[in-house]
Design a protein around this ligand. Structure first.
Ligand code: GLU
Length: 494
């Protein structure tokens, strides 16, 4: 099995296309096949090298790997259509010789007029065949004169053509509605429907999985295969990815391109997991799946025929799950660019072992709250600011909390943090002084963290105002324990 992803580098990669690439990739992996990347850059006006580079970088980030492609080469290259012009011309000549294609001299104006006439009559516009039966002499003469011409394929007109689609089942077409289509434009560029056939055939592609916007192209491509006497690949067409309102997923729904999801702090494995669920449901029900599980469970024949709605909430849920499964060290290292961006750490500075240790522990504390990696700076603010929840402040003003305030100020007046052990002694001492229950635990949490709930204080306490955090070279300075208590006091108006 050989499958491919054949994007046109005319913009950033859309997640819909990424899902197409992913389904191809999963299929290749589970069947021991090869996955190739081909860049379809025949639209010279719109194609950009920078988009190709971005695409390759983003796909590598995602973890989809190709065995052959423009960046790594391979035995059946080149893998960029712009480098295959010779081949396209060669095979056009073959079709011309076999009289299965012909030169068309119709001007854009003539074609447009014919189109409008057809529309006015309520017919589907298609090429009239005006140049189909020109004599060889006339063709030669017009070519010699330097008249511009395109090459058209003589499309057979079977009334009940059908092919078995891997996703949608048997599909039926009336080819008499198609008309002869251009395979080589007058500027010498191959048309998509033609180039794709030459490439897929010469690259040994056995299965073509792509978006359903290409369904109507498939009969044209199959007829080209037949004209050359080649066996067509199997075709499968995936339904479009839609926004919540049922229209194709676009910018107005939110992030759509792979690089946006990356910049927003999604994990590649979470995005892959989510995209695989767009139109496919795992048989065992469990939705949080690793690469290995996806490869094992994915089933192209079970992919839905109807459009899949992109659900950002569900993606967030999946990202959160994947993040929570990662060791805190890894979360930290993946989130470093976000910490640098938020000026917690100087860009590119290597962390000392103590700083690293403090940060890993801090990540451990806040990890469960992260939806994406980009949330880490905000979650770490806990250590750098005192931002109490206003609704909790009245509690700190209560008379019953007075002994706690006094005791805290007395105990934590120094510049150093306290260890978990010292904290336990503090609690015991407090209880000994009659400060307990409702007058101890909850207000203590609010005073120290500004929050009414969260991780256990003994896990957090040694990180608050720890010297390692001060050394980070951060723009924002962490608060010492005593500063925190003073802040809380100020906010509570005591
Ligand atoms: N370049 C085409 C696209 O991006 C490829 C279609 C195909 O897979 O045949 O839509």
């Amino acid at each position: 099995m050989r499958v491919r992803f054949a994007p046109s580098p005319t913009g950033y990669v859309h997640v819909g296309n990424v899902r197409t690439a992913l389904f191809n990739y999963l299929l290749a992996r589970q069947r021991g096949g090869l996955f190739l990347l081909r860049i379809e850059d025949t639209d010279v006006e719109r194609s950009r090298k920078s988009y190709e580079e971005g695409l390759i970088e983003d796909m590598k980030w995602l973890g989809v790997k190709w065995e052959e492609g423009p960046d790594i080469g391979g035995p059946l290259g080149p893998y960029r259509q712009s480098e295959r012009s010779e081949l396209y011309r060669e095979y056009v000549d073959l079709l011309l010789e076999k009289k299965m294609a012909y030169h068309c001299f119709c001007t854009p104006e003539t074609l447009e007029r014919e189109r409008e006439e057809a529309l006015a009559k309520g017919e589907t516009p298609r090429y009239s065949g005006r140049c189909r039966n020109l004599t060889p002499e006339e063709v030669k003469e017009r070519l010699d004169r330097g008249e511009e011409s395109a090459v058209r394929f003589k499309m057979p007109d079977d009334k009940d053509f059908h092919y078995p689609d891997l996703v949608r089942g048997d599909l039926l077409f009336d080819l008499s509605l198609f008309g002869d289509f251009v395979i080589l434009r007058s500027n010498g560029q191959p048309a998509y429907n033609y180039a794709v056939v030459i490439d897929d055939h010469l690259m040994g592609v056995t299965d073509v999985i792509r978006g359903e916007d290409h369904i109507s192209n498939t009969p044209k491509q199959i007829k080209l295969y037949e004209a050359f006497g080649w066996t067509p690949p199997r075709f499968g067409h995936l339904a479009l990815v839609l926004g919540q309102d049922g229209s194709p997923l676009s910018k107005r729904h939110g992030a759509t391109s792979l690089n946006q999801f990356r910049a927003l702090g999604y994990l590649p494995e979470a995005l892959v997991n989510y995209l695989a669920l767009l139109g496919w449901a795992p048989p065992e029900g469990e939705e949080i799946l690793s690469w290995e599980e996806l490869i094992r469970l994915f089933d192209i024949s079970k992919v839905s025929k109807s459009g899949a709605t992109f659900d950002y909430q569900k993606l967030n849920w999946i990202n959160r799950k994947h993040l929570s499964q990662l060791p805190s060290e890894q979360v930290l290292s993946l989130a470093l660019p976000f910490l640098e961006e938020a000026e917690y750490i100087e860009k590119g500075r290597k962390l000392s072992p103590d700083e690293q240790k403090w940060l890993v522990q801090a990540v451990e504390i806040v990890k469960a709250n992260l939806v994406t990696l980009a949330d880490l700076p905000k979650e770490l603010e806990l250590f750098f600011q005192y931002r109490p929840d206003e609704a909790l402040l009245p509690e700190l003003r209560e008379e019953a909390v007075s002994p706690l305030w006094n005791f805290l100020e007395e105990k934590f007046s120094g510049d150093s943090p306290i260890t978990a052990q010292e904290f336990i002694s503090f609690l015991q001492e407090a209880k000994g002084k009659g400060i307990k229950g409702k007058a101890l635990f909850h207000p203590l949490r609010v005073i120290l963290t500004g929050c009414g709930s969260g991780v256990e204080l003994d896990k957090l306490i040694n990180l608050l105002g720890a010297p390692e955090a001060f050394n980070l070279g951060l723009k924002r300075r962490p608060l010492l324990l005593k500063e925190r208590i003073q802040e809380a006091k100020g906010r509570a108006g005591r």
